[in-house]
Design a protein around this ligand. Structure first.
Ligand SMILES: *Cc1c(COP(=O)(O)O)cnc(C)c1O
Length: 357
């Protein structure tokens, strides 16, 4: 009897996210400021026909709004059901099963999963001790795909523009640059993509834009690549509520989004100082979270959960920095939110005498 399920799936389990329950959720880097009010208004204003009819495909109004935001022509934008969807689709669009995807580790945990499901081999090189990338090692197998994440999840580190440019200039295939946290720092993706035939920049409305529940992401790429990616993505991946909210968030809601992204960046740097003072120094971050190498990450997270704050525990990260080596690859990843919440976090860590030893 032939097996009913593909062999590679036998050792895989569905992704599950822990439910923070009644706790304040600092575990998944979504916005703690809520959605932009303009987006909430747009969803509330949907009429019955928006629910019964298919949304427009392609979502021309949304593509236009995102193109204006990115500063690119509209034929360079492909929106999808979260940027996860577009990263997954990009693997099927730009690589054959059996081809290689290269990336530096640790990075976004979904990448090796999507790679396996799409039949790709992975070439994972460790980040350097300064969270730099050994470009020659990355390029060595002449991979059909390269995945870069900047700022990177879970480290928070951003790649210098020169490194990204060097990788793109020497790549033999497509380079995916995941800028999910691009709003919390300045990132080069949108300006680089205008000059490259092989660069795919992915962005999301799940983080700075506060719309993770509606599942909206997009890719910015050369028009010829965009057509192919759009074909693979297929129609109707974005629902009517998502389209309405995303248009509002990326137009009228933009000042609100920018203001809160700036506040997140300011709070991140203040939290980092406080953590250093507590003896829990985080890795330098350009995102809306900080990553604290901590041998006792599980125990600290358990204690804080009991006091109403959910943090993400990372286990077995590759020990690429001295601090990660010292923690045995364990770390806490903490989402940055409004300052009163951050004060609560610091106070709890202090009260619990949270030490990572
Ligand atoms: C959160 C996150 C995303 C966003 O995923 P969506 O599917 O758009 O919600 C993408 N990449 C990274 C690295 C992330 O951390």
């Amino acid at each position: 009897m032939p097996p009913l399920i593909r062999a590679l799936l036998r050792d895989m389990a569905p992704y599950t996210a822990t439910d923070a329950g009644n706790a304040v959720d600092l575990s998944d880097n979504t916005s703690l400021w809520g959605p932009p009010p303009a987006a909430l208004d747009a969803v509330r204003a949907l009429d019955a026909s928006a629910l019964t009819r298919y949304p427009p495909t392609p979502p021309a109004g949304l593509n236009a709004a995102l193109a204006t935001y990115a500063g690119v022509p509209v034929n360079m934008v492909v929106a999808g059901c979260g940027s996860d969807d577009l990263i997954d689709c990009a693997m099927r669009t730009f690589a054959e099963p059996g081809d290689t995807i290269a990336f530096a580790s640790p990075t976004f945990s979904m990448v090796p999963v999507f790679a396996a499901i799409n039949g790709l081999r992975t070439h994972a090189i460790p980040y350097g001790p300064e969270l730099d990338i050994d470009v020659d090692a990355l390029l060595a197998p002449r991979p059909r795909l390269i995945y870069l994440c900047s700022p990177n999840n879970p480290t928070g580190s951003a790649l210098p523009s020169a490194t990204i440019e060097r990788i793109v200039a020497n790549a033999t295939g497509v380079v995916i640059l995941d800028e999910a946290y691009g709003e919390f720092t300045s990132t080069p993706g949108f300006s680089l993509v205008a000059h490259s035939e092989r660069l795919v920049v992915t962005r999301t409305l799940s983080k700075a834009f506060g719309l993770a529940g509606l599942r909206i992401g997009y890719a910015v790429l050369a028009p010829s690549l965009a057509r192919a990616l759009e074909t693979v993505r297929g129609p109707y991946k974005l629902n009517a509520a998502a389209v309405a909210a995303a248009v509002a968030a990326s137009t009228d809601g933009l000042p609100w989004v920018r203001q809160h992204a700036m506040e997140a960046a300011t709070n991140r740097d203040r939290v980092a100082e406080r953590l250093v003072a507590l003896g829990l120094p985080p890795m330098p971050s350009q995102a809306n979270f900080v990553c604290v190498p901590c041998r006792q990450a599980s125990r600290v997270a358990e204690r804080l959960l009991a006091r109403g704050l959910a943090l993400r525990v990372l286990r077995q990260l590759p020990p690429v920095t001295p601090a990660l080596a010292a923690s045995g690859g364990a770390a806490l990843r903490i989402t940055i939110g409004p300052w009163p919440l951050m004060e609560q976090l610091i106070a709890l860590l202090q009260a619990e005498g949270a030490t990572c030893e």
